[in-house]
Design a protein around this ligand. Structure first.
Ligand SMILES: Cc1cc2nc3c(=O)[nH]c(=O)nc-3n(C[C@H](O)[C@H](O)[C@H](O)COP(=O)(O)OP(=O)(O)OC[C@H]3O[C@@H](n4cnc5c(N)ncnc54)[C@H](O)[C@@H]3O)c2cc1C
Length: 430
């Protein structure tokens, strides 16, 4: 009997999950590997970070997605390196061989000049990151009321967000709403005039990959909501609990949320010529990694460069999904010695939300902003969540928040006792 080809897919994110779904009941053996046992719907992480949603609303156990898939297995493991010559990967639970390998490992934070101080920053790249932000902010609010605190109120209450992309602006908007609606109700003794929200963007516009209209409206919304937006502003250091700008000015805060850059989440062992700027793997129109025969890359970790996109396609969930779906088809075609279908990117639209009734939507031939855009944003996101429970609970939480002006979740969930250490500015493990 002929051997069934084995495909290993690294990453149960948007691209990996879509690809596995497209291989349901096909004559291949699929092994999906991820360091986490859940799929994370990253676009809504900012709501977990600000107490609007629980992690369970946006994360879904991988095994549950593929329960009925007889040809699919899942392992929770960290993939460490690849040995291309041996068709083998090394993982935290042992070595594994493949006939085809798919890198769907997404991206990770890129700290640029902030690398030396990265341990002092909060980030928004995983569910633990989002919970860390939530804990840190609510803990700071409690600390602001504690009488024995040595730091100034500004230091504890101010928040700096670095990066004006979707993650940065969505987080800034949600924090501004929290300051306006939730904090006065739950922390009435706090002097809110001593809390500033600053957003730093190195380039001239927010949401750089969206239209001028979307970017300008976002700036207008954020200003209206009380966020201090600094465009064309590079942060040069973070020391003594102060963000330092290139002109030498400072902003005192012990809360810096870094959303200013990502790079491909690579593993060791790829030839240097296949690795492009930003740690992304150079792929052709079939998502095949440069210089390899049976290795493919999809989503954020891949860069399919063209005249229109010389650095590769934007890092967006629908692109990862589209590539995953097509690659599944193409590997099956290749197994039948049929020619593969090249990937062509069609932009079906990009959107972002800034707050209640404030969103921006860029469709290929139509751009709109405001309340209707916000409704469209909500429905697209709720229906993109994986499970029926996630969709229902999220919708209910949003409806309740809309009418109550509340964020339902403000618990500081940490293992161990709550013991803030004012002498240190260390972000603690949760
Ligand atoms: C805060 C935030 C907001 C965003 N908002 C939007 C939005 O509104 N719209 C949009 O289209 N996109 C948005 N994005 C981008 C979108 O989430 C990504 O483009 C998308 O997730 C890419 O899919 P992927 O399959 O390439 O990788 P991912 O979905 O990131 O999945 C990668 C998976 O690989 C796993 N992994 C990585 N390395 C290893 C390893 N060595 N071993 C084992 N497992 C590994 C990870 O745990 C992860 O599960 C947002 C991203 C963030 C962070």
């Amino acid at each position: 009997m002929a051997k069934i080809p084995k495909i290993i897919i690294i990453g149960a994110g948007f691209g990996g999950v879509k690809m596995v779904k497209s291989l349901y009941k096909k004559p291949v053996e699929v092994l999906l590997i991820d360091r986490n046992n859940y799929h994370n719907f990253q676009p809504l992480m900012y709501q977990v970070a600000t107490g609007g949603l629980e992690p369970g609303n946006i994360g879904y156990p991988v095994r549950r997605i593929f329960r009925k898939y007889k040809n699919v297995s899942f392992r929770m493991a960290e993939v460490l390196k690849i040995n291309i010559r041996k068709n083998q990967i090394s993982t935290s639970i042992g070595d594994m061989t493949y006939d085809y390998l798919v890198m769907a490992s997404g991206s990770e934070n890129n700290f640029f000049n902030f690398e030396p101080v990265k341990h002092k920053l909060l980030t928004l790249k995983s569910l633990p990151d989002a919970l860390q932000i939530r804990n840190w902010i609510f803990q700071n609010l409690e600390r602001a009321l504690a009488e024995n605190e040595k730091e100034s109120l500004e230091e504890i209450m101010n928040i700096a967000i670095v990066g004006g992309g979707p993650a940065g602006i969505e987080l800034a908007g949600a924090l501004a709403e929290m300051k306006k609606h939730l904090i006065p109700k739950e922390f009435p003794e706090l002097e809110l005039s001593r809390m500033s929200l600053n957003l730093y963007q190195s380039g001239p516009k927010l949401l750089a990959s969206m239209s001028k209209e979307a970017s300008e409206k976002t700036l207008e919304y954020l200003k209206e909501m009380g966020v201090n937006v600094f465009l064309n502003t590079r942060v040069s250091d973070y020391k003594d609990n102060a963000i330092v700008l290139e002109d030498g000015s400072q902003f005192i805060t012990n809360t810096v949320i870094w959303t200013a850059g990502v790079k491909g989440a690579l593993i060791d062992g790829f030839p240097e010529e296949a690795i492009l700027q930003g740690n992304r793997l150079s792929v052709n129109e079939f998502n095949q990694v440069l210089g390899t025969q049976n290795i493919f890359a999809i989503g954020d970790v891949s860069a399919h460069c063209s005249n229109e996109y010389p650095k590769g396609l934007p890092m967006l969930a629908p692109i990862a999904q589209h590539q995953g779906k097509l690659l599944a088809k193409n590997i099956l075609k290749r197994l039948k010695n049929e020619s593969m279908q090249p990937f062509a990117y069609t932009n079906k639209g990009v959107m972002a939300t800034i707050g209640r009734k404030k969103a921006v939507v860029d469709l290929p031939n139509f751009k709109f902003q405001g309340g209707f855009a916000w409704l469209v944003w909500m429905f697209v996101h709720v229906f993109s969540l994986v499970g029926f429970r996630d969709k229902t609970v999220t919708l209910i939480d949003w409806v309740v928040s809309y009418f109550s002006y509340d964020q339902p979740l403000g618990m500081i969930l940490r293992s161990g006792e709550f013991k803030p250490d004012p002498a240190k500015n260390e972000i603690k493990e949760i």
